[in-house]
Design a protein around this ligand. Structure first.
Ligand SMILES: [Zn+2]
Length: 396
């Protein structure tokens, strides 16, 4: 933990961040920034009318698969997560249905957005906004949509928005080998996911967003959020894939049943979390570069502190094309093939699978132009253990 705090943040900002992390459930420190005269990010209404108009126009197409979250984030001055969630809560009728207070909802969403680390190349609030936008698209799938209750929709959107909150930019094996306090706290099991969940609960309770709802209901919401966020642990990929395959084979999914709907929400969130390779090439490529940059930074840290460099984190050996091809082959394709089966090969599923095939071909053509990827680390040509590396190294 000390090693992380000392190296990933520097100077004054580092000290403040450290205080914030240690006291993540005592957010009055956070609020008091205003009192101490630290200027917060410009609120949306101060933005140029032109940008606002463009952002609003984009929101009218939020259900399109080619939605450009990077552009949307720029147009909202880095507030993509808050702006997107407010809009989706509104359009899904959740504010009305659950009698939510708009100001409280906004305050809660700002807490979530600010608890993401903007210095992470990948695991930042834009990734959360991207996953939420994908989740919104999946919740509209005809095979699922007609069964969903307002509670399901709220859980799906909240889980997507908060599923990586306070992500440190390194993976679980790194936290374990550096004796990070979170690894001890969660006994080396779904360390990050447990932290994302507990942080979310802390913010929900502190904001009092759901305080007016019956206690049994808020308890149920907290549990379901946990079960959804914990499902994003990539180490549990096979467990979920096997269950999904069995359900589809036996044709025994009963979406009238809460339990089965919850399972499909878990699957939808898992898909949303790793859907980057199913986006159009220009966006998919940006995500790939970002996630690899985050891996390489971890590798650099490991090298600096003479720790063994984790799989996929060695910039000299693990090229972006080889990492991406492995990820697509062993993680993304198997899951999205089953998702397509579930949706009855919906237009969106067909579209995603077609992008996936195209993007994989693009990376393959780039792979052959990069001589260093032939040094033995290419998942396409790699020896035994490659699949395991792809499973354990990629922490979506
Ligand atoms: Zn994620």
């Amino acid at each position: 933990f000390k090693l992380l705090s000392d190296t990933t943040h520097s100077g004054e900002i580092g000290t403040k961040k450290k205080v914030k992390r240690l006291l993540s459930f005592q957010r009055y420190f956070h609020a008091s920034r205003l009192l101490r005269g630290i200027i917060p990010q410009a609120p949306l209404h101060l933005l140029d009318e032109d940008y606002l108009g463009q952002a609003r126009h984009m929101l009218s197409k939020v259900g399109m698969w080619d939605f450009d979250i990077f552009l949307f984030d720029r147009l909202t001055n880095g507030n993509s997560l808050v702006t997107l969630l407010c809009h989706l809560f509104n359009t899904h009728g959740l504010i009305h249905h659950f009698k939510l207070d708009m100001v409280t909802l906004h305050r809660f969403l700002v807490m979530v957005q600010e608890d993401y680390h903007s210095q992470n190349p990948y695991h930042n609030a834009v990734h959360a906004a991207d996953v939420t936008q994908a989740m919104h698209c999946y919740l509209k799938e005809p095979k699922l949509a007609s069964f969903l209750t307002p509670l399901d929709i709220m859980l799906g959107l909240l889980a997507a928005a908060a599923h990586d909150v306070d992500h440190p930019g390194v993976n679980q094996p790194f936290l374990i080998k550096t004796n990070h306090h979170l690894a001890n706290l969660y006994q080396n099991m779904s360390v990050l996911e447990n932290h994302h969940w507990r942080s979310t609960i802390g913010m929900l309770r502190e904001s009092r967003l759901l305080a007016h709802l019956p206690k049994e209901m808020t308890q149920d919401i907290e549990q379901q959020l946990g079960s959804l966020i914990l499902a994003t642990d990539i180490n549990r990929q096979n467990e979920f894939l096997t269950r999904l395959k069995a359900h589809l084979h036996n044709k025994d999914l009963r979406l009238e049943d809460t339990h089965d709907r919850h399972f499909m929400l878990q699957i939808a969130l898992k898909c949303a979390d790793i859907c980057n390779p199913c986006r159009i090439w220009e966006m998919s490529k940006q995500w790939s570069e970002r996630v690899c940059e985050e891996f390489y930074r971890q590798g650099d840290l490991e090298q600096k502190f003479e720790l063994e460099i984790s799989p996929l984190c060695n910039q000299q050996k693990d090229s972006i094309p080889s990492i991406q091809i492995g990820f697509m082959t062993y993680i993304v394709e198997p899951l999205f093939r089953e998702w397509a089966r579930f949706t009855g090969n919906s237009p969106l599923s067909e579209n995603m699978l077609s992008h996936l095939a195209h993007n994989k071909a693009q990376w393959k053509s780039l792979l052959h132009k990069q001589p260093r990827s032939s040094s033995g680390s290419s998942p396409e040509h790699g020896g035994p253990g490659t699949e395991k590396e792809a499973h354990t190294g990629l922490d979506a």
